[in-house]
Design a protein around this ligand. Structure first.
Ligand SMILES: *Cc1c(COP(=O)(O)O)cnc(C)c1O
Length: 408
């Protein structure tokens, strides 16, 4: 439903957007404010935000702790460049190293960025600095790693890469679960790294086949290649653990030790920030002075927002809550007629439909006051704030049978 409120010129906000903004997106809702998982558009219509800005707003909108941290930091020091550092930046780097590397935190090193694609660019440059003829990258079919040219090279979807042929690097895409082709590729001896997502969010919330991550870790180690896990969508609590590679429900009881981890989306609770975490002494030293840089990355304001977000996740036990809440919700959703299964982990949920009607259902849901999206023709994605209440979740569960039945 278009936002109809007219600006001073008598033209709608959407028309003004279309006349002013580049046409790569196609929004037709003009949102004005939010509180927790509720948002309102410029016409005052209310929506339950079950997408959380695409797995970003883990604390919902206007969380008081997050707000106070940002306002306080903005009043002290907002930006300083990387010629200097700040307490929030140091604290965040320490925190991320500890969360990602656990007992190996001392050898871990963190590079802060403004987005997921930039975190992946940093990791890509790092793995390419190994030398020794290791210049080949392995990624998986269905992968999404970002839109800048390096990260785009690692993104499977050909429609995204093709227009930029010649500016993208050499990457081999393997079938998730196919260990034979993985081992054959690694045996060439020229592989710098295998990059993968534990759950492929953009492909439709598709978890890796059981056992694959453990095997991939073993094989990459055996053949001297690095394992880089892209946790941009699945990290910082989304699946009910700090990172999806620590989620036993997804990867089994054996601890996976990646060489590199990238995060972004949920990290800042809505403030743009990303990070590349090099977990080992070897990866921590790949990028030398002059090899990489950023003006905004690690800015005190972004770091304060991230620290506040991580603090609330911990203090309110949002990890434990997310794991349980998500599992119970998926069971309820899976029992609805027209739903084949509900997959994912924690509050990253892919509702797989019996028919490829996801796009229509997204439109009907919006009219009914629910924000969701369709990463695949037969998949609805939910990635709500981790502070979503059970009553809010139930409202959607109760509405879904009707949303699936209505004819367009
Ligand atoms: C969203 C996403 C990215 C890109 O992050 P941006 O912040 O949009 O650049 C990279 N990898 C994965 C797995 C993502 O979901």
């Amino acid at each position: 439903m278009p936002s109809s409120e007219l600006g001073p010129s008598g033209v709608s906000w959407v028309e003004r957007y279309q006349a002013a903004a580049l046409g790569v997106f196609n929004p037709h809702l003009v949102l004005e404010r939010g509180q927790g998982a509720q948002v309102w558009d410029v016409d005052g219509r209310e929506y339950l935000d079950l997408l959380g800005g695409i797995a970003v707003n883990v604390l919902g909108q206007a969380h008081p702790v997050w707000l106070a941290a940002l306002a306080g930091q903005a009043g002290r020091l907002a930006h300083i460049s990387n010629l200097y550092t700040s307490r929030p930046q140091i604290e965040l780097a320490e925190r991320l190293a500890a969360l990602a590397a656990g007992p190996r935190a001392k050898s871990a090193r963190v590079f802060l960025t403004n987005s997921g694609t930039e975190a992946n660019e940093a990791a890509l440059k790092a793995v390419l600095r190994q030398g020794g003829g290791r210049h080949q990258l392995l990624a998986l079919e269905g992968s999404f790693h970002g839109r800048t040219l390096g990260a785009l090279s690692l993104t499977a979807k050909e429609a995204y890469r093709k227009p930029f042929d010649g500016f993208t690097g050499p990457v081999r895409f393997l079938t998730p679960g196919d260990l034979t082709s993985l081992e054959a590729a690694l045996a060439q001896g020229d592989v710098a790294a295998l990059v993968l997502e534990v759950i492929q969010g953009e492909a439709g919330v598709v978890p890796l086949p059981p056992g694959y991550l453990n095997q991939a870790r073993q094989l990459t180690r055996q053949y001297g290649a690095l394992l880089w896990i892209d946790e941009v969508q699945t990290g910082t609590g989304r699946t009910g653990t700090w990172f999806a590679y620590l989620n036993e429900a997804l990867v089994g009881p054996e601890r996976i030790e990646p060489d590199l981890v990238t995060v972004a989306k949920g990290l800042g609770g809505g403030f743009p920030i990303g990070a590349m975490i090099a977990l080992t002494e070897q990866t921590a030293n790949l990028l030398a002075p002059g090899d990489h840089g950023t003006t905004f990355g690690g800015n005190p304001l972004a770091c304060a927002a991230a620290l506040a977000t991580l603090e609330v996740i911990e203090q309110d036990d949002l990890l434990g809550r997310t794991a349980q809440f998500g599992a119970a919700w998926r069971r309820e959703l899976a029992a609805i007629p027209g739903v084949k299964t509900a997959r994912g982990a924690g509050l990253l949920v892919g509702i797989v439909l019996e028919k490829p009607i996801a796009a229509q259902v997204v439109r009907r849901a919006e009219t009914a006051g629910f924000l969701i999206n369709a990463p695949a023709p037969d998949v609805l994605r939910l990635a709500p704030p981790l502070v979503l209440t059970e009553a809010q979740a139930k409202r959607f569960t109760a509405a879904l049978p009707r949303l699936l039945k209505e004819e367009t």
